[in-house]
Design a protein around this ligand. Structure first.
Ligand SMILES: NC(=O)c1ccc[n+]([C@@H]2O[C@H](COP(=O)([O-])OP(=O)(O)OC[C@H]3O[C@@H](n4cnc5c(N)ncnc54)[C@H](OP(=O)(O)O)[C@@H]3O)[C@@H](O)[C@H]2O)c1
Length: 323
């Protein structure tokens, strides 16, 4: 069966000679003779090809081709906003960002820039990662928005160091309630996001060719979740929950890898956000990244990922971190 990617690759050179509309119309006449698709499937397929062709046409003047729709869970956090901005800049057709608390002023600014008018490219949806019903409702809203095209990229970014904002320095400081809260936000919720959103990635993988970039699920983890890298100790709840998140990544990569969906964990570096603010004075200036810098490196990594990256853990610069 032919896929959108093959068709778009064949038609892009023709765009230099004819308009997107003419190229798509020629294909439309040809398609029924080469496929057994139903009329409705053909119409959806053509909508996808035309959208990707328009993007490819636009890309000749504005940079790399768009890559469908991305969903950024916690898209209004410090790193989340920078990631949304970078995805839009790097050519994604649309970005859907979730927030739990009312969106920040910085996110509102981004919405004003990309979320209005006819060519709305940024959308927002509410999602509380500690509440499965909220995750399910958000996934249904996203499904209603992307339809048969599915999602090209899912990034799960929510995280907390500790309910107090400061990690435990000794086992004597650990409490049951703090651990439960930290696990809920840092890894239990990520499993539920994968449960409700991965069908949209699998749907996308059925529409792309093996040669195309696979749909990706990326968990924002932290180097501190690496068991073999742990020499400093401390920050019990955060370390334990990020290690559990990494195990989720690895386990998902086995299941979803069979459906041509690539799953990996990333470490964003030490990033200048509310999350790390209590510790800024201990971090050498050159090691504290502005959120935009970290996001730009992470999005590059995500855009270049193939199934080679499935089931692995990478730092912002592409270097591999041992589990
Ligand atoms: N900053 C760093 O130095 C650093 C280093 C390593 C790893 N990381 C990781 O990077 C990720 C992003 O962190 P950040 O630096 O951007 O911190 P941040 O600005 O504090 O953002 C944290 C995000 O988590 C979300 N969140 C918290 N509780 C939630 C809930 N119940 N439901 C849904 N979302 C919830 C927040 O959403 P709302 O605001 O809507 O509640 C916010 O978007 C985290 O996973 C963190 O562990 C950060």
């Amino acid at each position: 069966m032919i896929c959108e990617g093959q068709v778009v690759r064949q038609l892009v050179p023709l765009l230099a000679l004819m308009s997107v509309k003419t190229a798509a119309a020629s294909l439309s006449a040809f398609l029924p003779t080469i496929s057994h698709r139903s009329a409705m499937e053909r119409s959806r397929f053509m909508a996808g090809v035309t959208r990707r062709l328009s993007s490819a046409d636009a890309s000749t003047s504005t940079g790399p081709p768009p890559r469908g729709t991305a969903f950024v869970q916690a898209g209004s956090g410090g790193l989340g906003i920078a990631i949304c901005k970078e995805l839009l800049r790097s050519g994604y057709g649309e970005v859907i960002a979730s927030h739990n608390r009312p969106p920040s002023a910085a996110f509102q600014e981004l919405l004003d820039r990309y979320g209005g008018g006819e060519h709305k490219r940024l959308h927002q949806v509410h999602l509380d990662i500690t509440d499965e019903a909220s995750i399910e409702a958000a996934s249904q809203w996203v499904e209603g928005s992307v339809g048969a095209e599915g999602l090209d990229l899912v990034i799960v970014a929510s995280g907390m160091l500790h309910p107090s904002g400061r990690g435990e320095t000794s086992i004597s400081k650990v409490t049951q309630a703090d651990l439960q809260r930290t696990f809920a936000v840092n890894c239990v919720g990520h499993a539920l996001v994968a449960k409700w959103f991965s069908p949209l990635l699998v749907r996308r993988s059925q529409r792309v060719c093996a040669a195309d970039r696979p749909p990706r699920l990326v968990n924002i983890s932290a180097r501190i979740g690496s068991i073999s890298d742990n020499r400093l100790g401390g920050w019990y709840g955060y370390r334990m929950s990020k290690a559990a998140l990494n195990q989720l990544t690895r386990t998902l990569s086995v299941e979803l890898g069979k459906r041509n969906v690539c799953v990996f964990s990333v470490h964003p570096g030490t990033v200048d956000t509310d999350f790390s603010r209590p510790y800024h004075k201990n971090v050498p200036e050159e090691q504290l990244f502005p959120a935009d810098k970290s996001a730009s490196m992470l999005v590059k990594l995500m855009n270049e990922a193939s199934m080679e990256q499935n089931g692995r853990f990478f730092a912002y610069d592409g270097s591999e971190i041992p589990w």
